[in-house]
Design a protein around this ligand. Structure first.
Ligand code: ZN
Length: 296
């Protein structure tokens, strides 16, 4: 099977994006994988998918359990399913998950001054390179530059500290990539974590193009929930190679559960009352995968 690096390059060359979906538990993993399998069967080829766990999500699901779950699916079904450590804030937490066998990580120093952000990212990249070389593993490294908020939830307004000024500057992006050696860059281009009740901001497609040209590496769009289909397709055609979806899945999961408890208040079997939540996650992921892979 191709490595994650090869799949990302393939997506970049084809002008499509790989879907990255955050999960908190086994049900959400099943929802994501069911959707990937369903679409793969329909199109006749295996669509690569990344599942992501943040520091909080991995603590809940089990840091090493999730490695075993993803590895099991990948090896048993020979399916390109990869595991990303999403938003890790220190070298120690990156080191711990890289040692456990995660395929990629996001070192997030976006709130730090750029010099400190560079130093932190470089330390993580150097460690991953050295370990990857020693263990013959492909470990993809990603970092965030420019602030896009931190909470994947429903928001009353655009998060504090996010503005035009905190969008990524293409010149900074170039310096950042050169000095850290990072494989993937997550810029701030109008995207934010979470869904704003009054509507999310539009993406700055021109800025994506400038950043892409300045740094030359694949770009990752975080905070994909709440972005319009039109902005997505334009962003993907312009140089976004991975798109992150989290809040939409959380909302779909919760709404399905609420409905189920209301409709069947006497049901106590988790495998029964959780099934609609799995299906709700599957439906969101299926539609997002179609869009990101430009399958119409
Ligand atoms: Zn993110």
């Amino acid at each position: 099977m191709k490595t994650l690096k090869e799949y990302i390059k393939e997506a970049k060359d084809k002008g499509i994006a790989i879907g990255h979906f955050n999960i908190s538990n086994l049900e959400m993993l099943h929802g994501v994988y069911n959707a990937a399998l369903k679409l793969s069967r329909e199109v006749g080829y295996k669509i690569p998918v990344i599942v992501g766990v943040s520091e909080g999500e991995e603590e809940f699901i089990g840091k090493d359990e999730i490695v075993a779950l993803v590895k099991n699916i990948r090896e048993k079904d020979v399916y390109p399913l990869f595991l990303n450590a999403d938003h890790h804030y220190s070298f120690e937490s990156v080191k711990s998950i890289v040692d456990l066998g995660y395929d990629s990580f996001v070192i997030d120093g976006a709130k730090l001054p750029i010099e400190e952000n560079i130093a932190l990212a470089k330390k993580c990249v150097d460690y991953a390179r050295e370990l990857g070389h020693r263990e013959e593993r492909c470990i993809m490294t990603e970092s965030e530059l420019g602030f896009i908020g931190q909470s994947s939830k429903l928001l009353e307004k655009i998060p504090e500290g996010v503005s035009e000024e905190t969008m990524t500057n293409p010149k900074d992006a170039k310096i950042f990539v050169e000095e850290t050696g990072i494989d993937l860059l997550a810029p701030s281009v109008g995207n934010i974590h979470g869904i704003v009740k009054g509507g999310n901001p539009r993406l700055d497609i021109g800025r994506i193009k400038q950043i892409k040209e300045a740094c030359g590496i694949p770009l990752v769009l975080h905070g994909g929930s709440g972005i319009s289909d039109e902005d997505f397709t334009n962003a993907i055609k312009t140089g976004i190679s991975i798109v992150h979806i989290s809040t939409e899945l959380r909302v779909a999961y919760k709404q399905a559960l609420e409905k189920e408890f209301k409709d069947n208040p006497n049901e106590v079997a988790p495998y029964k009352y959780l099934s609609p939540a799995v299906k709700a996650v599957e439906d969101v992921v299926y539609n997002r995968l179609k869009l990101f892979n430009l399958i119409f």
